[in-house]
Design a protein around this ligand. Structure first.
Ligand code: PLP
Length: 405
């Protein structure tokens, strides 16, 4: 079966819009992905037909909303091959998912404990652990990368010790596109008995994710990066761990019994989901995952590889342009700098040509400092991008170069 990009594009209404009379070329997918019509419809349908609070209502709308909401949890649990649906905790996104774990960890860490991260972290997977370590008087260690953006697995291993309580790293780097050898890193961390959190923000939209096969303890991702709505995300965690994990926020839904003096916590997943959840968001994410999981993943991978290969080939041949991040295992991201001008100017001038990319430090300021760049211009690709759009990017960059000369 061939991967029919044109048929996929037709399902995304926004892709047919124009920017200043020019066709939109959307290459900012690492920031957020666009939404297919079925996801938009799921949101509209929920609000139009069964808007209600979940779990607590004794009426038809509440039942229907609860069914859709909990049905979405089942879809996600199936997609990531969770052991059971209780392991899927709704959060507002990757950031909150990591915060749930870090907040609990801060209470479990002792002074001589260590947390290990990498030099390629997004701030969401760095500042959280910094703060947890500070709170507990524990130490944060940072595994180095090579100049090409690949993790130094040998150094990562050396930094592990019996004191390592938790290891956190991205499945895929948002700034460089590096794909980390997740299973290998998990195996190394497990040798010293550390828990492992994988930041899946950029990993989730590039194929099947099997949390059991990866062997990690936590996997965090955002709905909006996998064709779903903003404001909803997932913390997957091992049931045995989440059952005991210190609660995050307190309030309604997460309790089983309350007196004026005390409270007992609800069972999973509700003990980690205080308050009225983002019901529409969860339903929309369920629909996004249903839609995504029905794609031909082999065809998708081949298409994404073709996009990356074309982009890399053209970037390498482009005089005055330097690719930032050349890991042999890479997906979705072309980060670069140009002699002609600052990344912000490049982004501005591309936008004038209808091409949307992102510029700056990509929420990875220490990584930019490590690589000696103020920031990069980042084109990030998704399944609906075409080879013609990659060509359009480079034709536009030629014009940018002339404009800045
Ligand atoms: N981690 C990585 C690798 C990311 O790329 C992002 C967002 O770009 C995040 C974490 C944070 O995701 P969110 O802002 O959706 O919580």
């Amino acid at each position: 079966m061939t991967f029919d990009v044109a048929a996929i594009r037709e399902q995304f209404p926004i892709l047919s819009r124009e920017v200043d009379g020019k066709p939109l070329v959307y290459l900012d997918n690492a920031a957020t992905t666009q939404k297919p019509q079925c996801v938009i419809d799921a949101l509209v349908d929920y609000y139009s037909t069964c808007n209600s609070n979940v779990h607590r209502g004794a009426h038809r709308l509440a039942d229907e909303a609860t069914q859709r909401y909990e049905g979405a949890r089942d879809i996600v649990a199936g997609f990531i091959n969770a052991d059971c649906r209780e392991e899927v905790v709704w959060t507002s996104g990757t950031t909150e998912a990591i915060n749930v774990v870090a907040h609990g960890l801060a209470q479990l860490l002792k002074a001589d404990d260590e947390v290990l991260v990498t030099e390629m972290e997004h701030h969401a997977n760095l500042v959280t652990w910094q703060q947890a370590c500070k709170q507990a008087g524990a130490t944060l260690k940072v595994a180095p990368i090579c100049d090409n953006g690949e993790l130094r697995v040998d150094e990562f291993e050396k930094l592990l010790s019996d004191n390592t309580k938790l290891v956190a790293f991205p499945h895929v780097s948002n700034s460089l596109g590096t794909i980390n050898p997740v299973k290998q890193l998990v195996q190394l961390a497990k040798k010293v008995g550390a828990w492992v959190l994988v930041d899946g923000a950029q990993g989730i939209a590039h194929g099947a994710v099997d949390v059991r096969d990866l062997g990690c303890d936590f996997y965090a991702f955002s709905g909006h990066k996998v064709f779903g709505p903003t404001g909803i995300g997932v913390l997957w965690g091992r049931k045995s761990l989440l059952e005991e994990w210190p609660v995050w926020q307190t309030g309604g839904e997460m309790i089983s019994e309350v007196t004026y003096q005390d409270a007992r916590w609800n069972e999973l997943p509700y003990r980690l989901e205080a308050g009225t959840p983002h019901i529409a968001g969860a339903i929309g994410l369920g629909e996004a995952i249903r839609w995504f999981s029905e794609l031909d993943f082999d065809g998708m991978k081949a298409h994404e590889t073709a996009l990356m290969e074309s982009a890399t080939r053209q970037a390498e041949a482009f005089e005055g342009l330097t690719i930032i991040g050349n890991s042999p295992e890479k997906t979705g991201v072309l980060s670069f700098v140009m002699d002609a001008g600052h990344p912000a100017d490049i982004g501005f001038l591309l936008d004038r040509q209808g091409i949307a990319i992102r510029t700056g430090h990509h929420c990875a300021e220490p990584l930019m400092n490590r690589l000696g760049v103020p920031g990069t211009a980042r084109a990030s690709f998704s399944i609906y991008n075409t080879l013609e759009e990659v060509d359009a990017l480079f034709a536009a960059l030629k014009k940018v170069q002339m404009m800045l000369a």
